[in-house]
Write a protein that binds this ligand. Sequence first.
Ligand code: ADP
Ligand code: MG
Length: 336
Amino acid sequence: MNAFSPQPAIPPRILDVLNLSKYYKIGRTMLPGSGSLVRAVDDVSFSVTEGETLGLVGESGCGKSTLGRCITRLYDVTEGRLMVEGVDITHAGRKELQPFRRKMQMIFQDPSASLNPRRRVGDLIAEPLRVHRIRPPGQIDARVRELMGLVGLPAEYADRYPHEFSGGQRQRIGIARALAMEPRLIVADEPVSALDVSVQAQIVNLFADLRERLGLTYIFIAHDLSVVRQVSTRTAVMYLGSIVEIGLTDTVFDRPAHPYTEALISAIPEPRRAGQGRRERIILEGEVPSPANPPKGCKFSTRCPAVADRCRTERPTLRPLADGRSVACHFPRVPA
Ligand code: ADP
Ligand code: MG
């Protein structure tokens, strides 16, 4: 860019998810026409711009992990499209996918699963550098020390084995291994859910710090809304495989438009502030329906405290409100 070219007003889009669906076949899959389909992710669309953190929240089983794994192409997509920096990678083969695999790294709840217990931590972090030839052999040791520094692990720990580390430190090792690939987008799937609350805060701070230092973009998946509120610039709320609301985090948390978002937020424990009453907790009736057999009309209609006739027959699409967020509800709680 030269001195005369205008500054881009909007950061570039790094990811476009277009009408993405992922169905699992369950039951008697060998016989044609038998078994059933679990609509784990059902017609989901959103974009992610560079430098933002998109939080993805929703109860267990709503399809967060499936969506994360489709985005990073760990799972094949059933329908829809996936674009990374404008390139359609929905059906890209192994070879075409290689550069995108490096750009998009996934971090999991339990890093131990991917840490070979018989390898020293220095080797574990060096492995991606070697396998993907990210650094020439002579520079690997220095880069391992650098990566350990970035995630807050003393370089002297390189000779230790995974079992000698705490849960939080093991997550740091997992993050260092992901960073070794020099990604631009990190999909973190419940990265702090298994950690003690005090350790959670340290890892959340590490993510924020790395975003600043390395210019990373995140999709941050969590069922804990207070964690998402803390880390995310935008928040998407999922219910039964669909996004029901998406917008700036403050907008969504301060004035939820979807009755489901409202119920989730009302359940967040909050410290009582002087002079203010407690927010009333909304208890949802009934169970989450099965994604193999979702309700007709609005998927939330069977549990919605504000359900109307129209909701039982006509499925609402995600549409923008005046304040910029989008909501899939016929009767949003804030003005359209
Ligand atoms: P979350 O991460 O939000 O808890 P998941 O993506 O793990 O949700 O699951 C979404 C839905 O898909 C759930 O109903 C779950 O039981 C189902 N599911 C997940 N993985 C599989 C699988 N491999 N085979 C069949 N069903 C699955
Ligand atoms: Mg999950």
